[in-house]
Design a binder for this molecule. Structure first.
Ligand code: MG
Length: 454
C-alpha cells in the first residue's frame, strides 16, 4: 500500500491519520531505520502531541531510543540528526502547508536528508507485515532535548557574513505563519543584529493569521506591514519552516523562482563559480541569473530530495524549487527556511535592495494550466505528445519538457490528482499563451486517441 506522498504520510487527524496508524508507522520506521536513537520533532499543529506520542510509542516498543526535540522547524530536526552520530534517523510530525485538520509523518535518513523512495517503500512494506517486538527488557527510553532550535540557529549564523548584515542596519517584517519558525526566526534576527517586527509569531496550530502556505494571497498583511514600517524586506515561512518566501521593501511578493535566481546568483558570485541545481518546473530566470555571474545550472525531476541528492553527487553549491524550498550545500542538504532568510539578508546587505535585485532579473512569462487525464493513461499520453511534438528539444526527466530558444513547455503528470499540469514559459507573453493553449489542446486530443486505442 502506498502511504508516502511527496512529503511524508499525510491525512486528516482521526480520519486517515489516527493514533493507531501513527503507532504502527512508528514501529515500521524503527524496523527499517533502526536500531539506535531516533529523533522526533513536531510543528505547532493541535494534533502534534497525539501523533508524536503515538509514533514515539511505536519506536520505543521496537527498542529504539527517542530523542524528543519538541517543537522545532523541520530543518532543525534535520540538522540535529546530521550532527549527532548516535542518531540513526529522524521523524518530523508535520503537514507543512496543509489546512489545520491535517497532520503528517515525515522521515529523515541518518545524514539528515529526507528519506529516499526506497526507504519509504521499505517502511510501507513493514507496515503491511507482522512486526515482532522485543521482550519487556528490550524497549527504548526517551531523552528530551531542549536546545535543538537554538543549535540550528547558531549553525545558520556561522554560515552567514554576520558583519555585513549587521553593518547594513536592516529592518525586516517576519510572518511566522503561527508555525515552527515562531521562536527560531525571531532569534535568528536577534543574532544577526536585524531589527524585526513579527506577526503570526505565536505557536498556534489553528493558524489564526492565515493558512500556513506562504502564498501571495496569504501574505497580504505582511506586504502591507513591510510598507507601513518602512522595512527593507518581509520574510515568511510555511508551517514547518523548511520554506521561506520574501516581500520587497515596496511590498511586492517575490515568486519563488525569483528568490531562487537571486540567491543562486549571490551564491555563485561569493563562490567564484559553481553549479546550482533546480527542477524542470523552474523558470529560466534562474539559469540566466546564474550564468550571468559564471555559474551553471543542472536540472532534475521535481521534488526536493531529488534536488538534494543531485547536489551531493555533483558537488553543487546551491539548489531548490520554485515553491521557496532552498538548499545550501555549506549548511545541510535539505530545505532550510532560516538559512534562506539569513542568506537573503546577506544578499541584500552586499548586493542592494531586494526591489533592485528583483528588477535586475530578466523577465519571463509563465502560464500554469492543467488538463484532466486518468492516471492509467498518463504514460501513453506523454508518449503520444512526444511523438507529435515538432521543433524544440525534448527532455523526459520528469513528464515531458520541450525547450525552445525563447522558453519551454512542461507537461507533468500530477502525483495526487488525475491531471496533467501544463506549464508554458517564454520571454514573450503572447508566445507563452499560444503554446499553453496549443499543448492543452494537444494533450486533450492525445488522451482521446489513446483512449480510442484501448
Ligand atoms: Mg514545509
Amino acid at each position: 500500500m502506498k502511504m508516502f506522498g511527496t512529503n511524508g504520510i499525510r491525512g486528516v487527524v482521526n480520519g486517515y491519520m489516527t493514533a493507531e496508524l501513527a503507532l504502527k508507522v512508528g514501529k515500521s520506521i524503527a524496523k527499517v531505520l533502526g536500531p539506535g536513537t531516533i529523533a522526533v520533532a513536531k510543528d505547532t499543529r493541535t494534533s502534534a502531541d497525539m501523533v508524536s506520542c503515538a509514533v514515539e510509542a511505536g519506536l520505543l516498543s521496537m527498542g529504539a531510543d527517542v530523542a524528543d526535540l519538541g517543537m522545532v522547524p523541520t530543518p532543525a530536526l534535520q540538522y540535529y540528526v546530521k550532527t549527532h552520530p548516535d542518531v540513526v534517523a529522524g521523524v518530523m510530525i508535520t503537514a507543512s502547508h496543509n489546512p489545520p485538520e491535517f497532520n503528517g509523518i515525515k522521515c529523515v535518513s541518518s545524514d539528515g536528508t529526507e528519506c529516499s523512495h526506497e526507504e519509504e517503500a521499505a517502511i510501507e512494506d513493514a507496515y503491511e507485515s507482522e512486526i515482532a517486538c522485543p521482550g519487556w527488557d528490550g524497549v527504548g527510553s526517551v531523552r528530551r532535548v531542549s536546545d535543538a532550535g537554538e543549535a540550528y540557529v547558531d549553525a545558520v549564523v556561522r554560515n552567514v557574513d554576520v558583519r555585513a548584515v549587521r553593518e547594513a542596519g536592516l529592518k525586516v517584517c517576519l510572518d511566522c505563519s503561527n508555525g515552527a519558525a515562531s521562536q527560531t526566526t525571531p532569534l535568528l534576527m536577534k543574532r544577526l543584529g536585524v531589527r524585526a517586527v513579527a506577526i503570526n509569531a505565536s505557536q498556534d496550530g489553528r493558524f489564526p493569521g492565515h493558512y500556513s502556505e506562504p502564498t501571495e494571497s496569504n501574505l497580504e498583511d505582511l506586504k502591507r506591514l513591510v510598507v507601513e514600517t518602512g522595512s527593507d524586506l518581509g520574510i515568511a515561512h510555511d508551517g514547518d519552516a523548511d520554506r521561506c518566501v520574501f516581500v520587497t521593501g515596496s511590498g511586492r511578493f517575490v515568486p519563488g523562482d525569483l528568490s531562487l535566481a537571486i540567491l543562486g546568483r549571490s551564491a555563485v558570485k561569493r563562490n567564484g563559480g559553481g553549479e546550482v541545481v533546480t527542477t524542470v518546473a523552474t523558470s529560466c530566470v534562474v539559469e540566466e541569473a546564474v550564468k550571468s555571474v559564471g555559474g551553471n545550472v543542472a536540472y532534475t525531476a521535481v521534488g526536493s530530495p531529488v534536488v538534494a541528492r543531485r547536489m551531493i553527487e555533483g558537488g553543487s553549491i546551491f539548489g531548490g524549487e520554485e515553491n521557496g524550498g532552498l538548499i545550501f550545500a555549506d549548511h545541510q542538504f535539505c530545505r532550510d527556511g532560516a538559512m534562506s532568510a539569513a542568506k537573503m539578508l546577506e544578499a541584500v546587505a552586499s548586493g542592494g535592495s531586494l526591489d533592485e535585485q528583483v528588477d535586475s532579473l530578466p523577465r519571463f512569462y509563465t502560464i500554469k494550466a492543467a488538463v484532466e487525464c486518468p492516471d492509467d493513461l498518463k504514460g501513453a499520453v506523454i508518449k503520444e505528445i512526444a511523438r507529435r511534438c515538432e521543433g524544440g528539444r525534448l527532455n523526459q526527466k520528469d513528464g515531458l519538457r520541450i525547450d525552445y530558444d525563447d522558453g519551454w513547455v512542461l507537461l507533468r503528470p500530477s502525483g495526487t490528482e488525475p491531471k496533467f499540469r501544463v506549464y508554458s514559459e517564454s520571454r514573450d507573453e503572447k508566445v507563452a499563451k499560444e503554446r499553453s493553449e496549443r499543448f492543452l489542446a494537444m494533450a486533450s486530443d492525445a488522451k482521446e486517441s489513446v483512449e480510442g486505442d484501448r
